[in-house]
Design a protein around this ligand. Sequence first.
Ligand code: NAP
Length: 458
Amino acid sequence: MTIATVDPTTGTLLREFPAHSAAEVEERVAAADAAFHALRETTFAQRAEWMHRAADLLEAEADRVADLITTEMGKTLASARAETLKSAAGMRYFADNAERYLRPEHPVEPAAVGASALTVRFDPLGVILAVMPWNYPIWQTVRFAAPALMAGNTGLLKHASNVPQSALYLGELFERGGFPTGCFPTLLIEARDVAPLLADRRIRAATLTGSVGAGAAIAEAAGRNVKKTVLELGGTDVFIVLPSADVAAAAKAAVDSRVGNAGQSCIASKRFYIHADIYDEFTARFVEGMAATVAGDPRDEKTTFGPLATERGRRDVEALVADAVAKGATVLTGGRTPAGEGYFYPATVLADITASMRLFREECFGPVACLHRITDLDDALRKANDSDFGLGSSVWTTDPDEIDRLTREIEAGGVFVNGLTASFPGVPFGGVKDSGYGRELSAHGIREFVNTKTIWQA
Ligand code: NAP
């Protein structure tokens, strides 16, 4: 893929970047390794000061960063600004909590293991390769980088090819805050040049947020080199509504979930399972809400959501909808690509989905909802779990027994009851099945890339 900024609102190529040469890549790997040796000697307090300063910079530059995000991937300016401020808050969170999360532990009495002293420490690993997606170009990267740097690791950023300017900004941000030179350099390289990097002895682990295919490619290369990976991959999250729920609130949340970020979110609800008793009411409200959304200029405050990020992304959405319609799906609203420039696609609701349709199993990274009718809780659980993915889920009911079963039996990394799936710095985030493994954020996230080291003393 060309490394370039193409404005998805107009389809205009704004700026192209040549890929780094082998020598330029080597320079950055060496810099990240040298920075690691400097950073491992620093204290949590020192790193926290630098992280807060980097967060100050990001906040002060929020308008410019938001404009860059909107230009490169098309989300509304308001949501780009919110993403930027959330990222700064996440940086502050790890500045303030990393030391607590990585405090040495004393798991048993030393005498029990024949020692006079016993400690478990959490030491940094070294240079971590971070392969990141374009859909939340700042937040996705920061939520890896802030805990990793606070733990004393350094990183190498391979960002998505369509957000090179966001990538270059992030590659400098932490250094500008005070971290050692080379702590998080950006590699402008193509996807096919990523896996070979895992053979480099200086790179100790990798994290990837993106598609299943990309995750598998990185995990395969890491496995050959006996290196750890964390994978945050796709999702076809369920949204289950049962009769005791507030149907109006659920329908409104369903719209927000499916059109937020133009539907390009791993944790957006994509499969909607609605109980037969309330199916008609929910569907009427949901379709009305989806039809009322405005897909348009992301800089206009009246716009609900902007264009899809890339032309290829829109082609993928069109192909999934066309396949479903050809096999008998009913379009309740949307479903037609508008004429004109930019990669716009309308809010779309499809019903009569069957297992023969690609949409039944595949993730649709756009504002397209699949409606299914369910007969009872068992039916909901069976259908929800009949998926290759297991990232988040959103369930709507006020019945305590139903909540208990849904939270225990849904196969996903998160179950959100009467609310939308979301991410918070202090709460673990990740999935099961093809949605990946490992966790980001919280104590669980920061402990993914550390050496849990036992110190036993006679
Ligand atoms: P993608 O193609 O997998 O791209 C993601 C990143 O991986 C980009 O930096 C990409 O680089 C790189 N990449 C692609 N193929 C690679 C390979 N073979 N080896 C190494 N790196 C490779 O993902 P996408 O389709 O643009 O993004 C959407 C996907 O990401 C969806 O499935 C979505 O659900 C998932 N996602 C998951 C989460 C989560 O937290 N679980 C969050 C956001 C998105 P290039 O741009 O150069 O190809």
